[in-house]
Design a protein around this ligand. Sequence first.
Ligand SMILES: Cc1cc2nc3c(=O)[nH]c(=O)nc-3n(C[C@H](O)[C@H](O)[C@H](O)COP(=O)(O)O)c2cc1C
Length: 325
Amino acid sequence: MKTRITELFGIEHPIVQGGMHYVGLADLAASVSNAGGLGLITALTLGSPEALAKEIARCRDMTDRPFGVNLSLLPAINAVNYPAYVKAIIDGGVRIVETAGNNPASLMPLFKEAGVKVIHKCTSVKHALKAEAVGCDAVSVDGFECGGHPGQDDVPNMILLPRAAEELKIPFIASGGMADGRSLVAALALGADGVNMGTRFMVTKEAKVHDNVKKAILAATELDTRLILRPLRNTERVLNNPAVERVIATEKRLGDTITFEDVRADVAGVYPKIMLEGDLDAGAWSCGMVVGLINDIPSVAELINRTMAQAEAIITKRLTGMLTA
Ligand SMILES: Cc1cc2nc3c(=O)[nH]c(=O)nc-3n(C[C@H](O)[C@H](O)[C@H](O)COP(=O)(O)O)c2cc1C
């Protein structure tokens, strides 16, 4: 399939694996790129620019196809030396970056000078237009359904994607709720040039997360995610668990007086325990509503190939059949 996104990134299929803390490591990114999609290493998981440089080298050993790096600009608990991360990305020969969480304007001159293509992930048309204005090459539009940070507007992709298509000139991909060929065709129909999948890629053979995480996702339904941290304007969609219920109870109890310290124990620094050790209730972890559509643990290549085959069948058989019937 050829879209503006496959052309922009030099990839075979319009499928991107979103940056995911403690999930998007070189093994997963290389597998996605080898299968014809675009894999992304999640920079801040590595903890330092030096460790990121090593992870980029490890990824390059596993694939000769294009891959990228996700650089999250969300408010972080500890200050992040972004120029040093950008240097590691550029020196490592990576030419695609996904930014997210905040306006990437201050880093754009560094990226542009090095010929890096920037896809900015955002949750509103307003921020997508801002990304276009500051020189991003593409955007990833994250709807209300998405795992991670859906923003504050609560607009689902059925509305957000066609609105983005009405306003944007640069290519964009649909993010949030994408699971298979049905999602891909729907996203294309709504004006997107491809899809970004997060939660779905967590449940693949190559994702190096603990089996408990994969099993929890297989067992969950579309009713099992919750939104937390909204009073702190850092809304996150997570899979429900006792830690999440504690956070929600604290939010209700403290209302507008809540501070980060009141929930810190359940949300900060919990990913290693959850993703690596499988201690699922150690805290809150991001997960999209798309869990309701995830029922198996395929290899990345199986997932991408069947997504493309299903999309093609929907377009050429189901939809074309309706026109010719
Ligand atoms: C476990 C997990 C961790 C994530 N971590 C990040 C991150 O560090 N940076 C980022 O930009 N997005 C992060 N995301 C968001 C994903 O990249 C992607 O935008 C989102 O998962 C799309 O929605 P979906 O889960 O419905 O596919 C994370 C998502 C999940 C599920």
